[in-house]
Write a protein that binds this ligand. Structure first.
Ligand SMILES: Cc1cc2nc3c(=O)[nH]c(=O)nc-3n(C[C@H](O)[C@H](O)[C@H](O)COP(=O)(O)OP(=O)(O)OC[C@H]3O[C@@H](n4cnc5c(N)ncnc54)[C@H](O)[C@@H]3O)c2cc1C
Length: 138
């Protein structure tokens, strides 16, 4: 099933890059909006360098900053992937011991880590750890 994010004959594209929350702090609303427009223009110009003429096909553009992600997800500083996804905090290396008995975590902020896959695996792992309460999980 199509996501229907774009009308027939059009599609949706995303340009992503690393950014810092504090690069967007201390701005008035008009300054924030101007900066968003400027950054959007820079990204489109760079897209054109890789795919000449690509920006001519753009009919609508939006730019999300770390503040946008923080606003919609409530994640501190707009991080999308949970706490410091460094090599020694990734996959099996990231174990979180709850300090309260019976408390379990399932999210990108616990083990094995961020992303949709990380959140799904974390949910399955937590559910499996609760087999005595919820029955057998395969
Ligand atoms: C723009 C963007 C693109 C992404 N693209 C990808 C991708 O292509 N592939 C990929 O694997 N991952 C991607 N991710 C990352 C992925 O979305 C997250 O890692 C994953 O959704 C985290 O799941 P979660 O359940 O831990 O947290 P979330 O999905 O963030 O869910 C947390 C929920 O808790 C709610 N909440 C927060 N604070 C409170 C509170 N105090 N009270 C009540 N509710 C609260 C939030 O509103 C939210 O609904 C992307 C993230 C973003 C922002």
């Amino acid at each position: 099933m199509a996501a229907d994010l774009a009308p027939d004959g059009k599609s949706v594209g995303a340009i992503t890059t690393v950014d810092y929350h504090n690069a967007w702090c201390g701005l008035t609303d008009p300054e924030y909006r101007r900066k968003k427009n400027r950054v959007g223009d820079v990204l489109l110009r760079r897209l054109n360098e890789v795919l000449p003429g690509a920006s001519d096909a753009v009919v609508h553009q939006e730019l999300a900053t770390p503040h946008t992600i923080e606003r919609f997800t409530h994640n501190p500083l707009g991080t999308a992937y949970g706490f410091a996804p460094t090599p020694n905090q990734t996959l099996g290396a990231r174990e979180i011991e709850p300090s309260v008995d019976g408390l379990h975590f399932a999210s990108a902020w616990s083990s094995p880590g961020g992303g949709f896959t990380g959140a799904i695996l974390s949910g399955a792992k937590t559910a499996r750890s609760l087999t005595s309460d919820v029955g057998t999980f395969s």
